[in-house]
Design a protein around this ligand. Structure first.
Ligand code: 5AD
Ligand code: SF4
Length: 465
């Protein structure tokens, strides 16, 4: 059941923010926080809330943990290497903490929502002062206040689930592109995935709250609204509405801006949704449809809820209705029990779809998930070989599909100076492809038409029309 956190509770947290701000104002210099968010866009979006609350509490920010008064790692649990990095980073702060015992170290987010991780932190990482889970992010002001005033370890990982907190202050990473969570949690229980365990059950924000946020952003000059959810296609199920309706309502807001969304689950992406996207001129022509595997046997073991054939039918429909679409996907290599024949099925699907780009991962066992209990006889070396084989196949596809854009004119949101060549400007096309071009700095923040002249490995080059 979804519960919106009461305004009384939010007001209480506001009071804590004021109390911490009062404490901080007595210091000689404003305190500095280093906040690092690992993982997906959802987590980065949580990071914006964390920074928003900290800014209200009087903190300034630094890119490095050196000399910071508060270091907070907003963690990811989706693969083991992300967790290892957090343990490594926290361990590396030992010296800094010795030199400055007043420094606070905190770990929050998906990783600590797992019991075995919190137990390890409690046991082996005494220098961590603050640990809190994904469901109590809105109580961070209280947690920090208690940590500062009692100097005792604060650990808050309640089992509560299904909460939505509105009105948390935000410190957005960009004025041009904004992330807007539209739903939280996941009900799909793909057998490899930890997310349903650490982010809880699926729950949607009220449409009116989302629309108000979007309107405010557009009025303030925001040019791209990125709608976020673990499975945006199930938005609104708990409220008698759906994602298509939300897209139409946002598309109706006046102004030139783009609407993008992340992530779609192929089992819930309907033809109605594709039709809606085709009819909404502000919605991007980028469809991220994670397939994970091209083998029906593995898809079943993964509990994905679709077959290779149904997925390919959907892709055909997307290509028919959205001829200028860029398709991307996530692939897992080396799922337990996957054979080389299964893997080749994935390769053949990739060759058939011809994605613009892929996010590829080697399977990482996650404690508590079904797949972690399945026999996994293939060696890491063998999985590594398959992984490299896949990358090579995709590299050839990606390069050749970019060539199709040469001679075409794309509408580009100019985001800043070129990353590889600062003499150029860079932006993204409606397909979410990087486009570099020559032009005046005053164009940054606006939409321009660019004729594509060259296809590079990861970007397009062009000239202003
Ligand atoms: N191992 C490897 N990759 C994973 N993903 C999710 N869980 C795992 C795991 N246990 C990948 C999926 C998902 C993306 C966000 O991360 O491809 O779509
Ligand atoms: Fe990481 Fe997944 Fe949590 Fe995002 S939702 S932070 S990818 S575990």
């Amino acid at each position: 059941m979804t519960t919106k956190i009461s305004s009384a509770e939010m007001a209480k947290q506001n009071e804590y923010m004021e109390k911490v701000a009062a404490l901080n104002s007595q210091r000689e210099h404003p305190p500095i926080a280093h906040v690092h968010s690992f993982g997906c866009q959802q987590n980065v979006s949580d990071g914006e809330k964390i920074k928003g609350m900290l800014a209200q509490m009087g903190y300034g920010f630094s890119e490095s943990p050196d000399g910071a008064d508060l270091v907070l790692y907003n963690t990811c649990a989706v693969r083991e290497n992300a967790e290892d990095r957090v343990f490594g980073n926290v361990g590396a702060l030992k010296k800094a903490k010795k030199a400055n015992p007043d420094m606070l170290i905190g770990v929050c987010g998906c990783m600590v929502q797992q019991e075995h991780i919190t137990a390890k932190m409690r046991r082996s990482y005494p220098n961590v002062d603050i640990i809190f889970g994904t469901h109590v992010l809105h109580t961070m002001p209280q947690i920090i206040y208690e940590a500062l005033t009692t100097r005792k370890r604060q650990i808050s990982i309640p089992e509560c689930d299904g909460v939505i907190a509105e009105g948390i202050p935000l410190r957005r990473e960009s004025a041009l592109k904004a992330s807007i969570p539209i739903m939280y949690g996941c009900n799909n229980f793909c057998t490899y995935c930890i997310v349903p365990y650490v982010r809880g059950r699926e729950r949607s924000r009220d449409m009116e709250d989302i629309l108000a946020e979007c309107r405010g952003l557009v009025q303030n000059g925001c040019k791209e609204l990125l709608l976020l959810g673990q499975n945006v296609n199930s938005y609104g199920k708990d409220q008698g509405t759906n994602f298509s309706e939300l897209l139409r309502r946002i598309n109706d807001i006046d102004g030139e801006f783009r609407i993008s969304y992340m992530t779609s689950h192929p089992k819930d992406a309907t033809r109605e949704l594709v039709d809606t996207i085709a009819s909404c001129e502000k919605v991007t022509r980028h469809f991220h449809l994670p397939v994970q595997s091209g083998s029906n046997r593995i898809l079943k073991q993964m509990n994905r809820g679709y077959t290779r054939e149904r997925y390919l039918e959907l892709i055909d429909y997307v290509k028919e209705k959205l001829p200028d679409v860029a398709l991307t996907s996530d692939i897992i290599v080396g799922f337990p029990g996957e054979t080389y024949e299964d893997f080749r099925e994935t390769v053949s699907l990739i060759e058939q779809v011809r994605y613009d780009s892929l996010f590829t991962f080697i399977y990482s066992p996650r404690k508590g998930t079904k797949a972690a209990e399945m026999p996994d006889p293939i060696s890491a070396e063998e999985k590594g070989r398959w992984f490299r084989e896949l990358l090579e196949v995709q590299q050839n596809i990606g390069c050749s599909s970019y060539k199709d854009y040469i001679g075409k004119t794309l509408r580009v949101l100019c985001e800043g100076e070129g990353r590889t060549d600062p003499a150029l400007l860079t932006g993204k096309s409606r397909q979410n492809i990087i486009v570099d071009f020559d032009g005046d700095r005053s164009l940054i923040g606006s939409f321009v038409d660019v004729e594509i002249t060259e296809a590079l490995a990861w970007a397009l080059r062009g000239k202003l029309k």
